[in-house]
Design a protein around this ligand. Structure first.
Ligand code: AMX
Length: 437
């Protein structure tokens, strides 16, 4: 069986050739236009970035190297004894464009588990932080500190040639992905359960099996399976979203993968992006408290209007690119449908009822271009049901997951020799001159 690195070594030359041809034959081809609305509107819709692992269609949702979420659920190997695709098999697909065999996926699990423990100074750093510091801030700090051991940075200082960049970047990316569960679980333990001891990394478990175990949910196979699905699904969502784009931008300066991904985590920590899953649950709980046991269509509708009229967004609804219900939302809902205990859960029922009512309310409200639920509308409620109730922590799980896609692109950016990112900006005065000309 070929290793991940050997498989990548095989696929890289064809991609390098494709890029060379694109440059040589189509550099001047026009694929879109830049309107003032793109400049004023947060670059929405601007075709301006190369991103290899996934492409997001506004109506159909995400495809990973051409595979839809149901395709991935069919072909990507699960963990031994499980049904859901593992983070490792998704990572393999994202990096290589190929579906790993169960053996390749297990080999990668072992490689990651071997690299999974944190250096002592990072555990000391995390343990020294106040419990009141947001878990996402702690995660970003821990990830940045891991760059102490960056192989890319050390090799760059030694003076390596460009064609070698990607191999060191890959090493850093795998080391970082391997260490994320121990780091994220330590933050969870310190903030919420300081009395508990922490499990160490088990060489026989997959990445998410270990993560769940270190979080203290190792005995809860349902939650572990849900986390596998959640982490694979959130792995990548093309390149323009704020966290992925940040990793790409920072990485384009040849900052190492640790500090590049640390920056991405701080973009993910905003309420319009990854923090939405924390906000959704907070908001749904407040709705539950206000409505009490009398949950009716009218009561939910009234609560939705109350939120909108107070000038807040409905968390978990809308999207920068998607114009239909998010297929990741649908996949997580399907997971709920297969388990009677989830169907009986009041919070999951409330989320499902809200999803039936909110799109019409948002359409009537008339602002958002997409009135449908995104993945965050549902992702937290299953965690809550299974006992992971600390919703300030939820974005950290998203952060563990998004590393798969953002770090994949860093490997490809170095393998393809992509340049420093540097778009052109204008002041309003300069823009007005431009319009007149
Ligand atoms: N509730 C109320 N109003 C909303 C809304 C929502 N869920 N979604 C969008 N709008 C409003 C916007 O605030 C904007 O109002 P404005 O003109 O007064 O500024 C208007 O509708 C147009 O926005 P848009 O073009 O449809 O969306 P966008 O691309 O600017 O923003 C997003 C996308 C996700 C930030 C936005 O839909 C939102 O704030 N949603 C709620 C938060 C959320 O769920 N975020 C998670 C997104 C997925 C993720 O990254 N995890």
């Amino acid at each position: 069986t070929k290793s991940l690195k050997e498989t990548l070594q095989e696929v890289i030359p064809a991609k390098q050739e494709q890029l060379k041809k694109l440059k040589a034959e189509h550099s001047q081809a026009v694929v879109g236009e830049v309107k003032v609305e793109n400049i004023l509107g947060g670059m929405r819709g601007l075709k301006a970035m190369l991103w290899e692992a996934s492409v997001l269609d506004p109506n159909e949702g995400i495809r990973f190297h051409g595979l839809t979420i149901p395709d991935c659920q069919k072909v990507l190997p699960p963990a031994p004894g499980g049904k859901e695709m593992t983070a490792e098999s998704m990572l393999w697909l994202l990096l290589t464009g190929k579906v790993p065999t169960p053996e390749q996926s297990r080999q990668l699990s072992t490689e990651l588990a071997v690299k999974g423990e944190l250096p002592h100074f990072v555990t000391q750093l995390i343990d020294s932080l106040p419990k009141t510091l947001h878990p996402m801030t702690q995660l970003g700090m821990g990830v940045a500190a891991l760059n102490h051991d960056s192989e890319f940075q050390a090799a760059y200082e030694r003076g390596i040639k460009k064609p070698e960049y990607w191999t060191y970047t890959l090493e850093d990316c795998l080391n970082l992905i391997a260490k994320l569960p121990a780091l994220a679980a330590r933050i969870y333990r310190n903030v919420y359960h300081p009395e508990r001891s922490l499990e160490s990394v088990d060489k026989n478990l997959d990445l998410v099996g270990n993560y769940s175990n270190m979080l203290g949910f190792g005995q809860n196979e349902h939650l572990t399976e849900y986390l596998r699905l959640y982490i694979a699904l959130h792995g990548d969502h093309e390149g323009g979203n704020a966290s992925a784009h940040t990793a790409h931008l920072v990485g384009s300066t040849l900052s190492d993968p640790y500090i590049s991904y640390s920056a991405a985590l701080f973009a993910l920590a905003g309420p319009l992006h990854g923090l939405a899953n924390q906000e959704v649950l907070r908001w749904q709980m407040a709705m539950q408290k206000e409505i009490g046991d009398n949950i009716t269509h009218e009561n939910i509708k009234d609560y939705l209007w109350k939120t909108l009229k107070s000038g807040q967004v409905i968390p978990g609804y809308g999207h920068g690119v998607l114009r239909n219900p998010d297929p990741r939302f649908i996949a997580l809902q399907e997971f709920c449908k297969t388990r009677p205990e989830l169907q009986a859960s009041p919070i999951i029922q409330l989320v499902q009822q809200t999803a039936e009512i909110a799109p019409d309310v948002l359409k009537e409200h008339g602002k958002t271009k997409n009135p449908y639920p995104n993945v965050d509308a549902t992702s937290g409620c299953v965690l809550y049901h299974y006992g992971l109730t600390e919703f300030k922590y939820y974005t950290v799980i998203f952060g563990v997951s998004r590393a798969l896609g953002a770090l994949t692109q860093l490997v490809w950016a170095r393998a393809l020799g992509l340049p420093l990112e540097r778009p052109k900006s204008y002041s309003m005065d300069a823009l007005q001159k431009l319009i007149k000309n």
